[in-house]
Design a protein around this ligand. Structure first.
Ligand SMILES: Nc1nc2c(ncn2[C@@H]2O[C@H](COP(=O)(O)OP(=O)(O)OP(=O)(O)O)[C@@H](O)[C@H]2O)c(=O)[nH]1
Length: 468
């Protein structure tokens, strides 16, 4: 006799008869952003455990909780624990990488087969409310079995997959694209080291190079393969095509004492500030300003001037790690009168959810900030954020100095050159000028007053000259 799992059926019924998503498209069709598609569920349930050629490992598992910020949750329909349809397979991209890599060498060493289930580390987020909420009790029919835990994550490794020259308004840079074993995001490093473009060494400082990019990935790799992925030296052209050699990990070259430590910035992605040119925050300006400052030529005490050198590590941690969707909602809460910290908390997030392990690993790969790496220098870091400095120290980065990021509008105000402040098109974007606005001032003020950013508050400084 077949054994019927009543709790499973009840949960499935709940899902199938749950409220429809709130929002409708202009054509009147229901949005398809609910995490469960009733048709898919019904079909899958009818056919029993899934065994198909391409999806042999898919089945129902108690998956991660559907995020509270889905349309489904906004309806406040239910407290019950729902089942999510979760694949036990690694993403297709990773499976393809595994089978395409020659002898598994290209990616196999760094990218083990992913744990099949996404980590169950999301706590249930409260709905937006200023009032404290009581925790809902699970109903009797709810499946409270914890989702299978993935085994402990592999130690973090990064690999630079490709590098290319990017001309910027501040001078040339090299864009490095990284993969890593911690998340599925493509983090970036914008390395400023124009001396590398010259055929002959014009600087006593060692070049900033990625160890994983310059490494030999496969003995069958041709020189052209290496060049195309960016493992070349000098400036690439139709007549200059020289593949790089692997960077020796030992015997760092001595660096003259008058060469300052490279300037770095750890920058978090901000679609609104960097792409749309939003004046709600200073992110676009900060990215531009960082590349500008790092690119400034350096005058040595010997009288020699060398090109600027350093890097911006660009982390895909949109909205201080809460993601663009939540950040957009946070902006609406800010329009309702809350500041950026309170808005995050009202949405069930922390003020800042970022991590810096990947940044540490990328800096290590570039030989920046590690005593025993080939380039055994410390780094100077461009930031006002004390948490960022501490987090990087914990990752083993040798920070020898902190350089503050003073908003351009404040620098200009200080010089009383208000005519330089502009609210024109594109001012917050790369190559832009100083920009000023009410939202922007409020944002920067909150970072200083509520997040401890190490910057004298310009507006107070004007009123009270004793503030430093
Ligand atoms: N949650 C949230 N994130 C925001 C908001 N405005 C900008 N961000 C994000 O904040 C991140 C940048 O962090 P900031 O706090 O501005 O600065 P920081 O990087 O911590 O500090 P600095 O190194 O001094 O610039 C980017 O990921 C932005 O997308 C906001 O109102 N709410």
């Amino acid at each position: 006799m077949a054994i019927v799992d009543v709790s499973f059926d009840a949960a499935l019924l709940d899902v199938l008869t749950g409220p429809a998503p709130l929002a409708k498209s202009p054509k009147g069709l229901a949005r398809r952003d609910a995490a469960l598609d009733p048709l898919l569920l019904a079909a899958a349930a009818a056919s029993g455990p899934h065994v198909t050629r391409n999806h042999y490992s898919h089945d129902f598992y108690p998956g991660p909780q559907i995020p509270v910020d889905s349309a489904y949750d906004i309806a406040k329909a239910s407290d019950r624990k729902r089942l999510a349809y979760v694949s036990r397979q690694a993403p297709r991209r990773q499976r393809l990488q595994g089978s395409l890599a020659v002898g598994g060498k290209e990616n196999g060493d760094l990218f083990q087969q992913a744990e099949n289930l996404p980590p169950i580390n999301k706590r249930r987020r409260p709905s937006v409310s200023v009032e404290p909420k009581t925790q809902p009790k699970p109903s009797a029919a709810v499946d409270t079995t914890p989702a299978p835990k993935s085994s402990s994550p592999p130690s973090l490794e990064v690999k630079c997959m490709a590098r290319t020259r990017i001309p910027t308004p501040h001078g040339p840079a090299f864009l490095h694209l990284y993969h890593n074993t911690k998340d599925n995001k493509e983090h970036l490093a914008i390395v400023v080291d124009p001396a590398q473009l010259e055929a002959t060494g014009i600087t006593p400082a060692p070049p900033i190079r990625s160890r994983s990019l310059d490494a030999v990935w496969d003995e069958n790799e041709t020189e052209m393969d290496r060049i195309i992925r960016g493992a070349y030296v000098g400036r690439l052209s139709s007549t200059s095509q020289k593949a790089s050699e692997p960077v020796p990990s030992q015997s760092p070259s001595p660096i003259p004492s008058d060469v300052p430590a490279p300037l770095i910035r750890i920058h978090s992605e901000c679609f609104t500030g960097e792409t749309v040119g939003s004046m709600r925050c200073d992110c676009g300006e900060q990215l531009d300003e960082a590349i500008r400052q790092i690119s400034q030529p350096i005058a040595l005490s010997s009288g020699q001037t060398i090109p600027g050198r350093g890097a911006v590590i660009y982390l895909r941690q949109e909205g201080r790690g809460i993601g663009l969707l939540s950040k957009i909602r946070a902006y609406n809460l800010q329009d309702l009168g809350h500041d950026t910290v309170t808005a995050n908390i009202m949405l069930g997030h922390k003020a800042d959810e970022r991590g810096y392990e990947i940044a540490g690993a990328i800096l290590h790969d570039l030989g920046l900030g590690f005593e025993n790496a080939a380039c055994s220098e410390g780094v100077r870091i461009l930031t006002n954020n004390p948490d960022k400095v501490e987090a990087l120290k914990k990752e083993g980065i040798n920070i020898v100095d902190r350089v503050p990021m003073v908003p351009r509008s404040w620098q200009v105000k200080e010089k009383a050159e208000t005519s330089e402040i502009s609210a024109g098109v594109g001012v917050t974007l790369i190559g832009g000028k100083a920009v000023h606005g009410e939202d922007l001032d409020k944002y920067i003020r909150t970072k200083i007053q509520r997040m401890g950013h190490m910057l004298p508050l310009w507006l107070e400084k004007a009123a009270d000259s004793t503030v430093h």
